[in-house]
Design a protein around this ligand. Structure first.
Ligand code: FDA
Length: 331
């Protein structure tokens, strides 16, 4: 097999000149496409081997499972961010129910004495239905998490929601500084979005981006996404004197090492950045960073609506499919 450059088209990451990785690219497109299929979701979520394989990335469907996992992380010096899976809700009542659930989560992490934050998807709070309704739900969560001195995170979803999510964030940020937002390094626009946000002294989670986007709006090559990630992260770190805080949200050890060098060379204060990774992914790296005195948080997802989220995890690393199929034959 020839070695080619890593690329991402609408088909996902691939190696440009290799047949084998063109297959990987197709698999990724299928997985990201499958993430939106209600028919597949209905079936997969009842299939025992799929359910077994999800447990690698998710401690369980219940809040108590997430709290227990956060407790275990805390014992290793790692903080947590809890997120209840769900997206693109269709009624205001569902959005109200999600909001009520997150209020309960904030009480539960307090009662458990956990160093935990919450992260919400705007469409879970009703962004796709009515931005005003979404803001009211967000405001309730922001007030409650602010009372508890906890940062509230807003996930960034697919490109169609970026403008509304940023508008929501700016409005919420005027109400409280204890709010952070995810920005995606694969989008060309993120550099401009950062120009507008940095003067506000904001808290940002920088991610590569997990959705299927067109090369018209997102870098098609993985190498370019990685380089953009590095550039954007350095810009945020350099603004640490002006109130910017960065969550380095990646499992990419090359990027992590490059940024650690930048942090050390530029004497970036430790209070202005943290590492953030997903539960179950690259645990030795999480533990190594925590043991070296860096602040690390793990985003713990739980809930019944895990199918689209799980498809995105598989698409990030199709080798995970092997793991999933191995669960066909449990020992
Ligand atoms: P990359 O994909 O290059 O992976 C680097 C290495 O990490 C791989 O070689 C592999 O070893 C390991 N790895 C990565 N993904 C894996 C997986 N699924 N299974 C097993 N190993 C894996 N996205 C988004 O669009 N909006 C958001 O709000 C968020 N929020 C968010 C929060 C946090 C805390 C994290 C860590 C990530 C997100 N993401 C996200 C997801 C993000 O956009 C991206 O898809 C994943 O983090 C994978 O990209 P990496 O940066 O890890 O690099």
């Amino acid at each position: 097999m020839s070695r080619g450059r890593l690329c991402k088209s609408t088909a996902g990451w691939s190696e440009a000149s290799s047949d084998g990785t063109r297959v990987v690219s197709i698999i990724r497109t299928l997985l990201l496409g499958a993430s939106g299929s209600a028919w597949l979701r209905e079936r997969a979520t009842k299939t025992p081997f799929v359910m077994r394989s999800v447990s690698r990335f998710m401690p369980g469907e219940r809040l108590d499972d997430a709290i227990d996992a956060a407790r275990r992380e805390q014992a290793q010096g790692i903080g947590a961010i809890l997120t209840h899976l769900g997206e693109n809700l269709t009624t205001a009542a569902e959005a109200a129910e999600v909001t009520r659930h997150y209020l309960e989560v904030l009480d539960a992490v307090d009662a458990a004495g956990l160093e935990a934050q919450i992260s919400v998807k705007p469409t879970q709070l009703g962004l796709g239905l009515d931005p005003e309704l979404c803001y009211r739900n967000l405001q309730r969560l922001l007030d409650r998490s602010g009372e508890r001195h906890r940062v509230l995170w807003m996930d960034m979803e697919s490109a169609a929601y970026v403008d509304d999510t940023l508008a929501l964030f700016r409005r919420a940020r005027e109400r409280s500084p204890l709010i952070g937002i995810a920005l995606q390094a694969y989008l060309y626009r993120t550099e401009r979005d950062l120009d507008a946000l940095l003067p506000l002294g904001v808290t940002i989670r920088l991610v590569k981006g997990a959705y299927l986007e067109s090369p018209r709006i997102a870098y098609p090559k993985k190498a370019d996404v990685d380089e953009n990630y590095y550039r954007l992260a350095c810009r945020i770190l350099n603004e640490s004197g002006h109130g910017a805080v960065l969550h380095i949200a990646t499992h990419d050890s090359t990027l992590i090492d490059r940024l650690a060098e930048h942090i050390d060379t530029c004497h970036v204060p430790a209070s202005t950045y943290e590492y953030a990774m997903l539960y179950g992914i690259r645990q030795p790296l999480q533990q190594r960073l925590a043991a070296s005195g860096r602040r690390v948080r793990v985003l713990i997802s739980y809930g019944e609506y895990w199918f689209p989220w799980y498809m995105r995890r598989l698409a990030e690393r199709p080798a995970n499919l092997l793991f999933m199929f191995r669960n066909l034959f449990p020992r």
